[in-house]
Design a protein around this ligand. Structure first.
Ligand SMILES: O=C1C[C@@](O)(C(=O)O)C[C@@H](O)[C@@H]1O
Length: 254
């Protein structure tokens, strides 16, 4: 039985998939407005995609912005994510800066989860997992392919590696070029969840073809799904209101 990952009052891995909504503001004012708006929505978790932030390379300004966001979000769990440009994000920073940023933010105690990309040096991934856990912060170990869908075995291999490295929530997002790719992601999710995972996993097939994978996590084994508020952070995210409605109907008939 896969364990539950608790972040504040949210139990990831129990019941219907949890809804995570990204903030993609570039300025502090935009982020404060986004955070205030997200408080009015029916969501479970907020993700700060800090790679969009104009001052992402100034740690003190990131910390100051985090303090404001944390205050506005109150008891809503917060994921801190720097998405690298090579995996679909807005910017690229070097490995040392990436580790320093994520470690410093984990140590603030103001985030509940950090997202660490699997395709970093293994030593850096392990360093961040250890630092996060020392400060009672959970870790998503993530991987993204914005160009294709790898074979089923490779998807499973990456999720298993993320689990072996101590990620509380292994995650993979892939791009379908056809509907068979969507079935590959769903089949890999099912096999990983049923045969290898001892913790919740997060998977999605992106863009319009992949929307079905963002809705059917309870059936195939993905414990969290991303929905859009004012602006999506990746192709295929649907409005959070529609997402909640569909997840509720599917959960009722599960
Ligand atoms: O990794 C993910 C998943 C995602 O790429 C998606 O496809 O919804 C959106 C990102 O903001 C998040 O960090």
């Amino acid at each position: 039985m896969a364990k539950i990952v608790k972040v504040k009052d949210i139990r990831i891995g129990e019941g219907a998939p949890k809804i995570c909504v990204p903030m993609v503001g570039e300025t502090l004012e935009q982020l404060k407005e986004e955070a205030a708006y997200l408080r009015t929505l029916d969501l479970d978790i907020v993700e700060w995609r800090v790679d969009f932030f104009e001052h992402v390379e100034d740690l003190e300004q990131v910390k100051a912005a985090l303090k404001e966001i944390r205050s506005i979000l109150a008891n809503i769990p917060l994921v801190f994510t720097f998405r690298s440009a090579r995996e679909g994000g807005k910017k690229e920073i070097n490995a040392a800066s990436y580790v320093k940023l994520n470690r410093a933010i984990a140590e603030t105690g103001q985030v509940d989860i950090i997202d660490v990309e699997l395709f970093n040096e293994e030593a850096d991934v392990k360093t961040l997992v250890k630092a996060a856990h020392q400060h009672k912060v959970a870790v998503i170990i993530s991987n993204h392919d914005f160009h294709k869908t790898p074979p089923k075995g490779e998807i499973i291999s990456r999720l298993r590696k993320a689990q072996e490295l101590g990620g509380d929530l292994p995650k993979i997002a892939v791009m379908p070029t056809n509907t068979a790719d969507v079935l590959t992601l769903l089949d890999a999710t099912r096999t990983m969840a049923e045969e290898y995972a001892d913790r919740p996993i997060i998977t999605m097939s992106m863009a319009g073809k992949g929307v079905v994978s963002r809705l059917t996590g309870e059936l195939f084994g993905s414990a969290l799904t991303f929905g859009a508020a004012q602006k999506a952070s990746a192709p295929g995210q649907i409005p959070v209101t529609e997402l909640r409605e569909i997840l509720t109907v599917l959960h009722r008939h599960a």
